[in-house]
Design a protein around this ligand. Sequence first.
Ligand code: FRU
Length: 463
Amino acid sequence: MHLRPPLNWINDPNGLVFHDGNYHVFFQYNPYGPRHSNVHWGHYRSPDLINWEPLPVALAPTPGGYDADGCFSGNAVSDDGRMVAFYSAHRTDRWWQPVTTAESYDGGITWAKRPELLIPEPPADTTMYRDPYVWQQDGRWRMLVGSALADNRAAAQLYESDDLEHWEYRGPFHVSDAAADSGPVGWECPQYAPLGDSGVLIISDWTPQGGPSHTTVHTGREQDGRFTATAAPVPLDHGPDFYAPALLKAPGEDRWLLWGWAWEARDDAWAHEAGWAGTLTLPREVTLAADGTVVQRPARELLALRGERVLHRTGHVTQSGAAELGQVSRTFDLTAVLTPDTTGTSGLRLVTAADDAEHLDISLDPTTGRLTVDRSHASLDARARGGSYAVPCPAATTGTPVELRVIVDRSIAEVYLGDGRVLTLRFYPLAEGPWRLQARTTGTGRSDFTVEAWDLTPGGIRQ
Ligand code: FRU
């Protein structure tokens, strides 16, 4: 259900494009092992976002070539019967990853790389440079490239073209507000979606000390190649394991889909034993609400993955109580309406061990006005990262009903609030199960719930 090859390493989604009746998802992929090295572009294709077909590796580093050490991230466009991929050519003997292209006339099975780099050098005063993103707007092609500037600010650099071949540098599209105290911060994988009169700029923040860290979404307006934010940037996803999201414009409609990379929250040794590391998230729809906030929801197509409805319960819990709701499989889709108990935390617990020793808690906290996902006890194996993560949820304080949608697929949980906020995290249950759900409260008041859950058909991916 989540896109990932059965083995080896993956990171960013790349080259998301609808071409010839199919959605194409490429991704950073090391075919030789579960660690970040020797990066290729893997490839899946689907006519409907449900049934996915793995295709041969699309791009591989060329020994001795300009991308000898990796075909790093980028995107792809469909143009006049061909697919054109824009990507970052990695070599360890230079610090920037220049932009190059490859084109395919057979739907992404075989590719011809451009003999020379497309944009061989970054603009002056740049200290990091990679990850082209190309889209069409007002009859012209535009490209953003992620970068860091010599004054320690981060920028998305803008280029324009009429033919995808000749690119004019237009200067920074958007620059971070201030130089980071902690040293240079770079913007990776910039993504842009024009939405109505506004635009949404999605950035993955990278720090040399900490590596990739988090993603932010900037809403604003674009005029003459400059983006002006109209609101403070906010996290795109409030979870700890989500990075490098990429956008795809749905064909024939004003709908943008987004996939992210959900990295591992278990240590390298364990990932090595397992033989794989990283998965893509499920596709999400990104829209703007009337008040300008960004709304994310699971792509509507995913409803077709729902199989048997395994539980449907309405009730309430009181006085630090718990109610058993029933069993779920390891891959399920759940909707809930919770009316929080304002005298304590209340919510749902996914119990994965017969004796309750392993559990993931999703709860509403009236004192902070947040929804918390706590994985401190979600794995019996100490090599899994713990911690508790939160997303703002003002209704937790007022006691008004909160809508939730939670999709769990073995080691990943994507938790959506009804207002379009989302939190993604990984967790690694070890116990035999069976998995079951509880409603719980720690308060002295009352918490009402309605919960429905469906088994998800595991497949969709032809391996
Ligand atoms: C983001 C990133 C990109 C880069 C790619 C390399 O996770 O660091 O900036 O192109 O991964 O795999």
